[in-house]
Design a protein around this ligand. Structure first.
Ligand code: THU
Length: 130
C-alpha cells in the first residue's frame, strides 16, 4: 500500500467537529510497516491531537521507532505543513533527510525534508546525561 493511499483512505475518519479541518497522516517505518493516524479534537480545545501524533503513537505501539517517510493530507487549498509541535515529534523519530509529503485531497503535493521543517531541532544530544 502506498503512503499516499494509506493517508487518503484514513482521512475521512478524522474527528474534527470543532475546526471541521480533517487531517490524515501515514508513516512508513524503517521496517517497511505503515502506520496511520488522524486528528482527534476535543471540546476542551487544547486536548486535541494532530494526525501526525496519532500515526507516531500507532508506530510506537506497533514496535517501530524509526520513521522512513511521512505523508500528510487535508482538504485544503494548499498542502498543509505539520504544526510546530509535530515537527519536533517527527524529529524525535526521523533523521533530517526523511521526506515529508504534504498533500491536498484535490491532488496537490509538496515534499520537503524533516530538516527543512525544523532546522536546529532540539535533540537528546543537547542534554548532558541522555
Ligand atoms: N492538524 C493536524 O492534525 N496536522 C497538521 O499538520 C496541521 C493541523 C489539525 C489540528 C486541528 O485538529 C486541526 O488540524 C486544525 O488546526
Amino acid at each position: 500500500m502506498t503512503l499516499s493511499k494509506a493517508a487518503r483512505d484514513i482521512w475521512p475518519k478524522a474527528y474534527a467537529p470543532y475546526s471541521n479541518f480533517k487531517v490524515g497522516a501515514a508513516i512508513r517505518a524503517a521496517s517497511g510497516r505503515v502506520y496511520v493516524g488522524v486528528n482527534v479534537e476535543n471540546v476542551a480545545y487544547p486536548e486535541g491531537t494532530c494526525a501526525e501524533a496519532g500515526a507516531i503513537a500507532a508506530m510506537i505501539a506497533g514496535g517501530d521507532t524509526k520513521i522512513a517517510e511521512v505523508y500528510v493530507i487535508a482538504d485544503s487549498p494548499d498542502p498543509v505543513p505539520p504544526c510546530g509541535g509535530c515537527r519536533q515529534k517527527l524529529a524525535e523519530f526521523a533523521a533530517g533527510d526523511v521526506q515529508v509529503t504534504m498533500a491536498t485531497i484535490k491532488g496537490a503535493e509538496k515534499t520537503v525534508r524533516v530538516s527543512d521543517l525544523l532546522p536546529g531541532a532540539f535533540g537528546a544530544g543537547h542534554m548532558k546525561d541522555v
